[in-house]
Design a binder for this molecule. Structure first.
Ligand code: RP5
Length: 181
């Protein structure tokens, strides 16, 4: 399904490249209100042809379901989890507590404040339970980090990361060249 419909809010949002293959990245968010922040990251996963699954599950509102999701991620073929939450952002850390998989946390800017609370909630994990934390609302870097994690053991994925880096460099050089015109 190319679109995701939320019956409670009536919102319809685009899901880029709906996955048909077995998902290897799970993108989990605490609320449907986090989804707009995740869209650029989902576009990156699609660009890298990484099959992904999306899920709304909350550390606070659906704790049992969240635990079930995280505990079964390995047996469901997931290799890496991206978890986004805002405010008292416990979802990435609690996900990491239930799975041995790498977890990348995205702090979402809440309606109140600048997102520092989300950032610190996610990166300030106790020793032994790591969450790789990107900057506030930076779903692009979360997706790129997932591609690099997968690419560590997959030469095809690594090539895509290298191509992305080369394209980025070419883009900056082109912008610089235009400055002189
Ligand atoms: C967190 O609370 C969610 O991740 C979201 O960022 C924030 C607000 O959620 P809603 O009140 O918009 O559902 O759990």
């Amino acid at each position: 399904e190319p679109m995701i419909y939320f019956a409670d809010t009536g919102k319809v949002l685009e899901r880029p490249n709906p996955p048909k293959e077995q998902p290897v990245v799970a993108v989990v968010m605490g609320s449907d209100s986090d989804l707009p922040v995740l869209q650029p990251g989902l576009a990156i996963l699609a660009k890298f042809s990484i099959p992904y699954a999306t899920r709304i599950t909350s550390a606070h509102r659906t704790p049992t379901w969240m635990a079930e999701f995280a505990s079964s991620a390995v047996s469901n073929g997931i290799k890496c989890i991206i978890a986004a939450a805002g405010g008292a952002a416990h979802l990435p850390g609690m996900t990491a507590a239930y799975t041995p998989l790498p977890v990348i946390g995205i702090p979402v800017k809440p309606t109140i404040g600048d997102g520092m609370d989300s950032l610190l909630s996610i990166c300030n994990m106790p020793k032994g339970v790591p969450v790789a934390t990107v900057s506030v609302n930076n779903s692009i870097n979360a997706a790129l980090l997932a591609a690099r994690i997968l690419g560590a053991g997959d030469p095809v994925m690594r090539k895509r990361v290298e191509q992305y880096m080369a394209d980025s460099e070419a883009e900056v050089r082109e912008k610089d060249r235009r400055l002189e015109e």
